[in-house]
Design a protein around this ligand. Structure first.
Ligand code: MLT
Ligand code: ZN
Length: 461
């Protein structure tokens, strides 16, 4: 670190904190080598503004940091950036019963929002396995999705108001909790999904919903990919679905090896999990429809919350069960009706190009979002495998372009999908995004190098 930078750091308020810089410089991808300049943990909006103004003066790049559970490198600080962690901005500041809204600081976790909603007799439906660590600021920055998008939509649908500190240190109070506001461009929606490149989210006002009736979970073992859409249609006809997820037999094998209970004795290539407003008769009728059509090999319906949780563990435990292999991961989207055809094309591509690789699919099939994990072949050096996988991203990107799909459904572009962004977004759209960024962040200090930004050296000093 240069003497100038050391001196500049001594003038930073609040001062950097003594935490593990490695932990704060990376997300769950664990691919880049973290190398932040320092970590700072503001407690107030004014402190966030003062940090941004300091960064402008000293031309130091900033990486906003939440729970760092991301899977695209969006929160990676590997080039001497100052990490702005929201860990100390954890207040739930307001509940408004008439608005059914909750206002929280950016460092409040997704689970804390869910619990606060429950405390007020309401429900916050955005949910995923990392709920205990992921923070609302990060959820907004990535437009987090998860398991109940089918019924309630993404984080975007939940945000009634947003406060952000822009790259110039200004505080914007966007939409102020209004349901209707027809006064021109809705800047709130530019910030949602912007991955920290426009500013730092400091507070969000979230729209809660009525608590749903008791839920039941049904897991079905299906005859093959061709069964998924007809089964989805027949469940939708009979039941009010909250989630419709899928996993392949390979995913099941890994999660069972990691300790989950096997839901069926019989083998089947594809499993789906449906969560719905409890209705035993309708569930049986939906199962009978699907069975008579020859799609269902076996089925199990939860009879208690504990059984429902056990079935969810099979789906939600997959990521953790694969983590020890350090797999290649991607989260892609196609239109819901195109899912089976896309899977057939993708499987054919992998069989042709990489016949020895184990490809594991699972995901939120009810909203067209598929997660792919590829495990390195035994004995394959990790660095070589990672290198080979750059081509995988390219091949997937090209295939997605044919389907009009997206290279990121919910994890964001971050660092790792930047090279294939053009497969999902035309040049004109990328140019417009660049223009928007330059208005919010004229000095390019906010999370440089992410989404479309070519910046490589992110520390300006
Ligand atoms: C999931 O749906 O389990 C997550 O998005 C995580 C993953 O892709 O591994
Ligand atoms: Zn997911």
């Amino acid at each position: 670190m240069s003497d100038d930078l050391r001196h500049a750091l001594s003038t930073l308020h609040p001062s950097p904190v003594d935490v593990d810089p490695v932990a704060y410089g990376q997300d769950w991808t664990r691919v880049a080598t973290p190398a932040p300049l320092a970590v700072v943990q503001p407690q107030t909006v004014q402190e966030v503004q003062s940090i941004v103004r300091w960064a402008r003066t000293h031309r130091v790049a900033l990486v906003p940091s939440g729970g760092r559970t991301g899977l695209s490198g969006g929160a990676v600080a590997a080039r001497g950036e100052l990490v702005v962690s929201m860990d100390r901005m954890r207040a739930i500041t307001e509940f408004r019963a008439a608005d059914q809204s909750l206002t929280v600081e950016a460092g409040v976790t997704t689970q804390e929002v869910q619990e606060a909603a429950r405390h007020h007799g309401l429900f916050y439906p955005v949910d995923f396995a990392s709920r205990g660590s992921s923070q609302i600021g990060g959820n907004v920055a990535t437009n987090a999705g998860g398991i109940r998008v089918l019924r309630y939509g993404l984080t975007r649908e939940r945000v009634l108001g947003l406060k952000i500190v822009t790259g110039t240190g200004e505080l914007l109070d966007l939409n102020r909790g209004l349901v209707k506001n027809a006064t021109g461009y809705d800047l709130r929606h530019l910030v949602i999904g912007s991955e920290g490149t426009l500013g730092i989210v400091v507070e969000a006002t979230l729209r809660l919903v009525e608590a749903p009736p008791p839920q039941q979970v049904m897991m079905l073992a299906l005859s093959g990919l061709e069964a998924i859409m007809p089964v989805f249609a027949s469940l939708r006809r009979r039941l009010t679905l909250s989630a419709f997820e899928f996993l392949t037999d390979k995913a099941l094998r890994h999660v069972v090896a990691a300790g989950a209970r096997r839901p069926f004795a019989l083998e089947a290539p594809v499993l789906v999990l449906a969560e719905f407003d409890a209705n035993e008769d309708a569930a049986v009728a939906a199962f009978v429809d699907a069975q008579q059509a020859g799609y269902v090999v076996d089925a199990v319906v939860s009879q208690s919350d504990a059984q429902a949780a056990e079935l969810w563990r099979v789906r939600e435990g997959i990521t953790e069960s694969l983590a020890r292999f350090t797999p290649y991961k991607n989260d892609i989207a196609v239109r819901v009706g195109d899912v089976p055809a896309f899977l057939v094309s993708a499987d054919a591509l992998f069989a042709r190009e990489y016949p020895d690789w184990e490809v594991v699919w699972f995901g939120h099939i009810g909203d067209g979002n598929l997660h792919i994990s590829i495990l390195p072949p035994l004995g394959h050096p990790p660095s070589e495998f990672r290198h080979s996988c750059e081509r995988v991203t390219e091949l997937l990107g090209n295939l997605l372009a044919v389907f009009g799909g997206s290279i990121s459904a919910e994890h964001g572009v971050g660092l790792w999908k930047k090279p294939v962004l053009h497969c999902s977004r035309p040049a004109m759209e990328i140019a417009l995004m660049r223009g928007v960024k330059s208005l919010f962040d004229p000095d390019g200090l906010m999370n440089p190098g992410k989404i479309f930004d070519p910046a490589t050296a992110t520390s300006m000093s």
